[in-house]
Ligand binder design. Structure first.
Ligand code: ATP
Ligand code: MG
Length: 410
């Protein structure tokens, strides 16, 4: 019997010629990363508007099949995928394969759905449906199991895809997450705290195909080391989607002290934010990233008013993307539960933003006042002194052997 395969589908409609090439290559590379401890990269193949993964174990090995399934559910760019077997272009073999993929299932009704890309195959799709359907009915009947064809609402569907040199047969079909393959849209730098929002904002950017570089600011030793540990754990979780991540850990206490010396208490939070943006832009340039990302959501806290957002933007030359701007906290928390950052983000942590800021930060900052304060120091100095002590850490998805990162490339 033919090999165990996964047949991966993606939406190509919106893809133009060149983009499609990039998209498919990235998707293939990313699947190879996601399954790097299970299959060799050359077992992930492109062709006929789909990707085929040849698995090195039998279709009956349900435990291993389960691992593959749970991994592929998190590969951005996949619309759906089927796990089954490949056969030669031979009706008898296709019938046998159909039986095989039904063996581990309990069902009373089924249907057969064939897609024939190879028009040279002697039977058309409808004829294949009929032949295979009749074969299944008879086999099950002989074994004493009465099953029926139900085209409208079948409990299982046998999918048959006929391409140039082989046919794929599967009855297990799963939804992928959609989106675009990570890396197909370029790079961004995300400002990551240990809170709920910025990890979800980063996740959303990855889902739209961006590779995310992370930067975390802290005021250690004035605040505890906890936020740093928490952020590392969050990056580990997020690395599931982009396999390996770079995290910049930047101490800003010294720069904050200079701001504190010069700014009234109400303006400090917003000045810290401007500092964060300034530093992130230097990192973005180094990393060749096109934009910054934050977890801000309109009106969620005092610092996230329209005016403050405007004041924060004013210091940036790169676009600041805010995927959560119109999203409610409830939804953000729901997503955090789904992807597994909730537990970490709900632990208390000292935030560098509250370093000597008092209880009432300015909610509608005034440009004149901000510019007045900023005359008393130079941003470049503050940025440089912070970056001079920055640490950079590479963090890998837990299933990934880091030595493999250089080996897998598109
Ligand atoms: P989050 O849940 O992401 O911390 P928040 O609702 O707590 O967001 P703020 O603390 O006002 O909001 O932060 C707004 C945004 O600024 C964050 O979403 C994040 O992108 C960025 N940010 C805040 N603190 C830090 C930090 N210590 N390091 C890096 N970025 C930060
Ligand atoms: Mg926060």
């Amino acid at each position: 019997m033919g090999s165990t395969v996964v047949i991966c589908h993606y939406h190509e409609v919106a893809l133009k010629q060149k983009n499609r090439e990039i998209f498919e290559k990235k998707l293939r590379t990313n699947i190879a990363f996601m399954l790097s401890d299970i299959v060799k990269q050359n077992m992930v193949m492109r062709g006929y508007g789909r990707l085929k993964i040849v698995l090195p174990f039998s279709y009956e090995d349900s435990e291993k099949v389960e691992v593959v399934k749970s991994r592929l559910r998190d590969v951005f760019g996949l619309t759906n995928f089927g796990i089954g077997v490949a056969t030669s272009l031979d009706l008898e073999k296709i019938c046998e394969a159909s039986l095989k993929v039904l063996r581990n299932k309990e069902f009373k009704t089924f249907s057969v759905k064939t897609k024939r890309q190879n028009k040279k195959f002697p039977l058309n799709s409808i004829q294949v449906n009929h032949e295979v359907g009749a074969f299944i009915l008879e086999k099950f009947k002989n074994e004493g199991h009465e099953v029926k064809v139900d085209l409208k609402n079948p409990e299982v569907t046998v999918h048959i895809e006929i391409v140039d040199k082989e046919a794929y047969v599967y009855a297990d079909r799963f939804k992928g997450p959609g989106g675009l393959p990570v890396g197909s849209s370029g790079k961004v730098v995300a400002l990551l705290s240990a809170g709920f929002d910025s990890p979800i904002a980063s996740y959303m950017m990855m889902k739209r195909g961006a590779r995310v570089i992370f930067v975390h600011y802290h005021s250690y030793p004035y605040t505890s080391y906890d936020s740093i540990e928490q952020v590392k754990q969050i990056v580990k979780i997020l690395s599931k989607y982009q396999f390996y991540s770079r995290l910049y850990i930047v101490p800003i206490a010294e720069a904050q002290r200079i701001i504190v010396l010069n700014a009234p208490v109400g303006l400090r939070t917003i000045l810290y934010r401007r500092l964060m943006v300034k530093i992130a832009e230097v990192i973005a340039e180094k990393e060749k990233a096109e934009a910054l990302v934050t977890g801000e959501s309109l009106g969620q806290v005092a610092s996230q008013t329209l005016r403050n957002i405007r004041v924060i933007n004013q210091i940036a030359s790169l676009p600041i993307l805010r995927p959560l701007i119109g999203v409610d906290k409830e939804e953000i928390i729901q997503k955090a539960r789904e992807i597994g950052t909730y537990e970490i983000s709900s632990q208390p942590y000292d935030d560098c933003c509250s370093f000597l800021t008092g209880r009432h930060p300015e909610t509608w900052a005034n440009f004149e006042e901000i510019f007045e304060v900023e005359k008393k120091f130079t941003w470049n100095e503050l940025v440089e002194m912070s970056l001079a002590k920055a640490e950079v850490e590479n963090i890998y998805a837990d299933f990934l052997d880091k030595n493999i990162v250089e080996k897998i490339e598109d």
